[in-house]
Design a binder for this molecule. Structure first.
Ligand SMILES: [Zn+2]
Length: 287
């Protein structure tokens, strides 16, 4: 788990990996639609590492809700603020309206998208059920959030506030731990595929979780409740870490992937959360 973070974090950006002639999730050859390139980290989060011809269109549709949840809910305002990539530039608003309370009065104020005060809420629900001794079909525990706020430095001027007037910015939005965990599971699984080869490891329940067919996401995917450690301090946008649990846990042989999105962002003392995924096991013939 997080006591392993001092070892090797990898920058996943900037790579193209050849595919396997089959969908990495269901094994189909894609039929007449063929196979599509699969982004390891969603394009919407500026992910640019790709496994070529790796997903059939049916699996792509099943994965879409989880990727869309990251793009349009969890990181929506963050993306507008940072001007991250989009497949649909015309669908991107130039201005946004904030609900603001000034001196007890509710009001609305329009901001340019880059200047919009926002909060990003990242769900956490504790370690993966596997580590907590849960059963494989146990539901998600109660979900909490790490919340990251951003405001334009001149917001008081923008709101026309006098010296000591108080204000609050209200934010709303719905974040689903389940969709978030599925998106994290996909990143971890893709990393396993490029590292071990599609047939080089036992994939456990991951494809089913990623496609939304298995309810075991909370057993395999964890979002620790403690405060995240410092940002990783590299320039890398997103970082992934492969951990061999076999060396830590005796006869137990499992691979865990840690995923840290926007790894060098947030506050000096506390960066973004580190999620972990029980992402596979060695093939039996490997010992
Ligand atoms: Zn498929």
């Amino acid at each position: 788990m997080t006591d392993n973070i001092d070892s090797s974090w990898e920058d996943v950006q900037g790579h193209r990996y050849p595919g396997y002639g089959e969908c990495i999730y269901c094994g189909s050859n894609g039929g007449s639609d063929g196979l599509r390139d699969e982004h390891i980290i969603p394009l919407s989060l500026n992910g640019d590492a790709v496994i070529e011809k790796a997903s059939c269109t049916i699996c792509e549709k099943s994965i879409n809700p989880a990727d869309t949840h990251l793009a349009k809910s969890v990181y929506w305002h963050y993306r507008l603020h940072t001007g991250s990539k989009t497949r649909n530039p015309k669908g991107r608003p130039d201005t946004l309206t904030a609900d603001i309370e000034i001196g007890g009065e509710q009001t609305k104020k329009e901001f340019a998208a880059k200047e919009f005060p926002f909060s990003t809420a990242l769900p956490i629900w504790g370690d993966a059920g596997f580590f907590r001794g849960e059963s494989i079909d146990a539901p998600f525990p109660e979900t909490f959030f790490h919340i990251y706020h951003w405001m334009p430095p001149d917001i008081r001027e923008k709101l026309g506030l006098s010296g000591d007037e108080h204000f609050k910015v209200w934010s709303s939005g719905r974040v689903s731990a389940e969709l978030f965990a599925r998106a994290i599971a996909k990143i971890a699984y893709c990393h396993m595929v490029v590292r071990h080869g599609l047939h080089g490891f036992r994939r456990l329940a991951l494809p089913g979780i990623i496609l939304g067919k298995s309810r075991a996401a909370p057993y395999f995917v964890g979002g620790p409740l403690h405060l995240p450690p410092q940002p990783l301090g590299s320039k890398a946008l997103h970082m992934v870490q492969h951990v061999d649990l076999a060396s830590k846990a005796g006869p137990l042989k499992l691979y865990m992937i840690n995923v840290r999105l926007f790894a060098s962002s947030a506050h000096k003392e506390h960066g973004m959360p580190i999620y972990h995924v029980i992402a596979g096991a060695p093939r039996r013939s490997d010992g």
